[in-house]
Design a protein around this ligand. Structure first.
Ligand SMILES: [Zn+2]
Length: 73
């Protein structure tokens, strides 16, 4: 399965509904999750809005979230 957001090719199924009417997939690289019954703008790498696409470099350079504040002593 290819991730619609970062196009990593090792996204995998994490859950399926009863009778497998719908399935949920997850990308281990960008943590995007999507349901098979969502529109193609969320499930298809070719139709996902390019404004919200993430490259491997962008993912690698992201700051940890949420930031951890300094400890109060
Ligand atoms: Zn991804």
């Amino acid at each position: 399965m290819i991730c619609p957001r970062c196009e990593y090719d090792e996204a995998y199924k994490v859950f399926e509904g009863e009778d497998t009417i719908w399935e949920v997939f997850r990308c281990p690289r960008c943590n995007f999750n999507w349901r098979s019954t969502e529109g193609e703008e969320f499930t298809s790498p070719a139709k996902y809005n390019t404004r919200f696409k993430l490259s491997e470099k962008q993912i690698r350079e992201m700051a940890p979230k949420p930031p951890i504040p300094p400890l109060k002593v």
